[in-house]
Write a protein that binds this ligand. Structure first.
Ligand code: IPE
Ligand code: IPE
Ligand code: MG
Length: 230
């Protein structure tokens, strides 16, 4: 299958969905699904970078996810903190730059500090970027950019606007992968996905492994991207 991937995306976004349903199908609490979902994240991230993809964005917690039970929210934050701690040495060894998209100020101190530490340690790396969207919503991100630009004189161009987004300097998202059968964006990188290809799979996130990634990349490499041309 490998040889069928003739064109690679530069930037892949994953909407990691279906953890709750994965757990429910096993009569387990939703938090168990989040645990299993967290366990597969690095396998996918490293497979992407090993194949030569430059940037990976992961949707981990949306601005809308605050409406979930507090216990579930706390579990997700705890898993993210553990994930960053567990892979801190790997990020340095593999020269992966970490950025976080989203408002960190609303996060628990431990998670915010872990994010800030790993962002600081990896900021000089440039060949691979891992972008984790935490407390992220695309509308909030766009409004934040508008507010950053407020008071500035003259017209704002696309490039300048892009530089005020969390993803400043990253290529646009070429491929969005959403697991669990839902076919929607749920406030994920609206600006950056203007010309993305969208790959939807019924597979639930905890079951998404390298084989499923390969399927998505093969599918992507068969797309005819026209960007408005002919
Ligand atoms: C995605 O899985 C993870 C987060 C939103 C944090 P869900 O928790 O949304 O799982 P489902 O969609 O309820 O199955
Ligand atoms: C999107 O999943 C957010 C993340 C994966 C973090 P949701 O499960 O929150 O999205 P909806 O509610 O199905 O749109
Ligand atoms: Mg969901």
């Amino acid at each position: 299958m490998e040889e069928e991937i003739s064109v690679l995306p530069k930037h892949v976004g994953f909407i990691m969905d279906g953890n709750g349903r994965w757990a429910k199908a096993r009569n387990k609490p939703r938090t168990f699904g989040h645990q299993k979902g967290a366990d597969v994240i690095y396998e996918i991230v490293s497979a992407c970078f090993n194949r030569g993809i430059e940037a990976v964005s992961l949707y981990a917690f949306s601005t809308e996810n605050w409406s979930r039970p507090r216990e579930e929210i706390d579990k997700i934050f705890d898993l993210l903190r553990r994930f960053l701690k567990k892979y801190s040495a790997t990020l340095l060894r593999e020269k992966i730059r970490l950025i976080i998209s989203g408002d960190l100020s609303a996060l628990p101190d431990g998670l915010r500090e872990e994010c800030e530490r790993r962002i600081g340690e990896t900021k000089a790396f440039s060949s691979h970027t891992l972008n984790i969207a935490i407390n992220y919503g695309s509308r909030a991100e766009i409004l934040r950019a508008v507010n950053l630009l407020k008071g500035r004189e003259g017209e704002v161009g696309e490039e300048e606007f892009s530089s005020c987004l969390y993803t400043a300097g990253l290529p646009d998202v070429d491929l969005v992968v959403r697991t669990s059968g839902e076919q929607r964006l749920s406030n994920f990188f609206l600006w950056q996905c203007a010309y993305s290809e969208f790959y939807f799979t019924e597979v639930l996130w905890p079951d998404f492994h390298e084989k499923q990634l390969t399927d998505a990349l093969v599918w992507f490499s068969r797309r005819k991207r026209r960007f408005g041309g002919v």
